[in-house]
Design a protein around this ligand. Structure first.
Ligand code: BGC
Length: 758
């Protein structure tokens, strides 16, 4: 055994130094290439254009095939030597079609341009390779967060890479590591939720899954973390709005997920379109150069968001024209500019460098980073991948991971008197905006940007209605649409049908949306959908509310009318099946909320607020009353927590503390449970948060089985950002809170002694 271990360690060390040597060789290659490049060629590497720019027709034309425009193609790929391309051709391309396009682009870039540098293609394959015909489409990230299962998230990322590479797409603009600081934000669905620890853990798992052990493998793709920084914290809850983020909050909540993902090897970061404290992120040298590239040591590519250099002019009003905007953005630290429509910025960069308004070292740094990613992805050797080499594309294995992800994401929020699982052979009325819609399962970024085009839906996949029909004997399931997103269709008919039903399943939801189209002025679920539930409730039949939505839309008035509530998020292509399987008890739910579900639009706090935030009108501290708490989620079985043990109750300095707790499945079904560990600093110089998540583990237990779960924590887990914006752990008493339900956590006090002078 000992021999085996030392052999293993040696092999690992050899591997590591092999990798380091390979990375060093890459730097030498870059030195050589950089020394041969003209300024214009360097500036070309800093440009990312949209694919339609080199196609025939106008940029936003809907097409049914991609035909390269001879002159534009040559100008962009050969004359300007564009470094990178993004976007889709304007229709849903299959992997063979993508291969054809990428082959043509790379062959021209490598054989016809002077230096033969391949193009770096980036795309938003954000929940599976969603822009490739036939690929699997996973639940959106918010649903993946709700699984609390990082290993599963890693698997989805690996599959996304595999299926992206099957179409020669090596760089994904994903994962989203934004902190969803306000529930109003329309892109919550694309995030891992509100908690920095959960986001960091999932981001790490995603990066490791996507990038595998080495970016040069034909099955790994590079990630691009987005959006740096504070995108989910818009002051008015809107997309691309100004956020107010004090330095202390920046470090405590917003930076850690980026830091965790960068430490895991992320080689791309996309800058956020918003502003923070009035400074557009694309102009923020402190954020990009000092913090991201300096403090966090990021060595990858910093790319702008879509047209965001231009937005410095009209939207942010910090630059008068494109020349000034480019100067600000490049000097702030941008390496690659996503200017979709033309190559004008290349000439602007050349001019700015010649006028000594951008230093040459800045350009060399930017180009080095772009080339580094291309070398690491092995694009110089393998610029495209043949689709035939990917036999598992959308195969059974991938579909089954997709189904598992959907099942583990679905979060049972309420189940009065065990109304669920549904018994077989009953009359079920299925109704509501999401009941018979693939689009509502898939959400935005599904085949098209907003994911609303039904022509691309896979007819073999089931809607909630179809999946319920598969469970319920023929003739016992009836369907009435009821409502659309905002308008009534035939609520009267649904109400009439409800009279004959034993159970009513109402699938409410949010129209798939992202970016600006996702902005809302009202967090409550649209009135017409609430009205449907209210009217259906008159017969006092058990009503099951299924919610297909990214954001937690307020349901205060209809929740008491529902016997059961199932949060489905946007659960992806297998979501309909997973929902029905949970409703009928074939699967035991195990999802937990990755955000706080608010009850009132005037009470929108994340769970990690300050005590003073929750002082109510009676001056007591009971002013936090969400509809459901962060971490909440029910199961069809029950779990008992006993035997909490600590190896010590006091620790100091760099020491660590071991905690164990025993969990038993006390019900009669197998089930998965997420054990959550929170810490709360009782007294601190900067007012402490009421609690913060510091660890979690998801376990499986057969009926009657028990398992002891172990956590090891140290001072860093108890740390917070102090008066001088530094991470530190103050001497004092902390309360640990452990359990599976936030309302039933077991508490235990510990004392930490810092060795530092305080
Ligand atoms: C979005 C990004 C996306 C980019 C490229 C932008 O408008 O904000 O999330 O990656 O477009 O499609």
């Amino acid at each position: 055994m000992a021999l085996f271990i030392s052999g293993f360690v040696q092999a690992q060390t050899a591997d590591l130094s092999g990798r380091e040597q390979a990375l060093e060789r890459i730097e030498l290659k870059i030195d050589r290439l950089l020394s041969q490049m003209t300024l214009k060629e360097k500036a070309g590497q800093m440009l990312n254009v949209g694919l339609p720019t080199i196609l025939t027709g106008d940029y936003w034309d809907a097409r049914d095939s991609a035909v390269f425009h001879t002159d534009r193609f040559k100008k962009m790929i050969v004359d300007y030597g564009v470094g990178s391309i993004h976007n889709t051709p304007g229709y849903l391309a299959g992997k063979e079609d993508w291969y054809r396009m990428l082959k043509e682009i790379q062959d021209a870039a490598m054989n016809e341009s002077r230096l033969g540098i391949p193009v770096l293609y980036g795309i938003d394959n954000i929940h599976g390779a969603n822009y490739i015909k036939g690929s699997v489409m996973f639940p959106h990230q918010i649903a993946l967060a709700a699984t609390w299962n990082p290993a599963l998230v890693g698997q989805t990322a690996a599959i996304t890479s595999y299926e992206s590479r099957a179409a020669s797409l090596p760089w994904n603009f994903n994962p989203n590591v934004d902190v969803a600081a306000t529930p109003l934000w329309g892109r919550i669905a694309e995030s891992f939720g509100e908690d920095p620890h959960l986001i960091s853990t999932m981001a790490r798992a995603y990066v490791q899954g996507a990038q595998q052990t080495d970016l040069s493998l034909p099955v790994s793709s590079a990630v691009c973390l987005k959006h740096y920084l504070g995108y989910g914290a818009g002051n008015n809850g809107k997309d691309r709005a100004n956020a107010l983020i004090p330095e202390r909050h920046l470090r405590q909540y917003f930076l850690p997920p980026f830091e965790a993902a960068i430490k895991s090897g992320a080689m791309g970061v996309m800058i956020s379109s918003n502003a923070v404290n009035g400074v557009p992120c694309h102009a923020n040298k402190y954020y990009i150069t000092d913090i991201l590239k300096g403090e966090l040591g990021f060595r990858g590519v910093v790319i702008s968001d879509f047209s965001d250099v231009e937005f410095l002019i009209g939207a942010h009003q910090v630059a008068a024209d494109m020349r000034e905007a480019t100067k600000i953005a490049v000097n702030a630290g941008l390496d690659l500019l996503m200017n979709p429509y033309d190559a004008k910025v290349v000439d602007i960069i050349v001019d700015l460098v010649n006028a000594q308004e951008i230093p040459m070292e800045r350009i060399d740094d930017a180009v080095r980073r772009v080339l580094r990613l291309k070398y690491q992805l092995n694009l110089f050797e393998t610029p495209y991948n043949h689709p035939d080499s990917y036999p598992e594309f959308a195969g059974e294995k991938h579909v089954s991971v997709n189904y598992q992800a959907a099942c583990e994401a679905l979060t049972l929020l309420k189940n009065t008197q065990q109304v669920l699982p549904l018994p077989a052979g009953k009359n079920i009325l299925v109704t509501g905006y999401g009941a018979h819609s693939m689009n509502l399962l898939n959400g935005a970024w599904s085949r098209t940007f907003l994911g609303r085009d039904t022509q691309y839906n896979d007819p073999t996949k089931r809607t909630v209605l179809e999946a319920i029909e598969a469970h319920n004997a023929q003739g016992r399931t009836s369907y009435v649409a009821g409502t659309d997103y905002l308008t009534d269709i035939n609520t009267d008919e649904a109400v009439a049908k409800a009279r004959e039903a034993d159970y009513i399943v109402v699938c409410v939801g949010e129209i798939p949306a992202t970016e600006k189209p996702s902005d809302i002025n009202e967090l409550a679920l649209p009135t017409v959908q609430q009205e449907l539930v209210k009217r259906l409730s008159v017969y006092k039949k058990p009503l099951i509310l299924v919610m297909l939505q990214g954001r937690p839309r307020i349901i205060r008035e209809i929740e008491p009318l529902s016997a059961a509530v199932l949060m489905a998020y946007y659960p992806g292509q297998e979501g309909g099946r997973a929902i029905a399987d949970i409703l009928y008890g074939k699967v035991n739910p195990s999802g937990k909320l990755p955000y706080t579900y608010p009850k009132y639009s005037g009470n929108l706090l994340p769970y990690y607020h300050k005590k003073t935030d929750i002082r109510d009108i009676n001056w007591g501290f009971d002013g936090f009353y969400p509809q459901y708490e962060f971490g909440h989620g029910l199961s069809y079985t029950t779990f008992a927590y006993t035997d909490l043990r600590l190896d010590k109750e006091q620790f100091s300095g760099d020491d660590s503390l071991r905690i164990s707790i025993t969990v038993e499945n006390t019900g009669d079904r197998p089930g998965k449970e997420t054990v959550q560990l929170y810490a709360k600093d009782l007294i601190a110089t900067v007012a402490p948060d009421v609690k913060k998540l510091i660890g979690f583990q998801k376990i499986f237990l057969a009926p009657g089985a028990r398992k002891t779960v172990l956590f090891t924590i140290d001072a860093s887990d108890l740390a917070s950002v102090g008066l001088y914006n530094e991470w530190r752990t103050e001497t004092g008493t902390f309360e640990l809170q452990l359990g599976g339900q936030p309302s039933k956590l077991i508490r235990k006090k510990i004392v930490y002694h810092s060795n530092n002078k305080q």
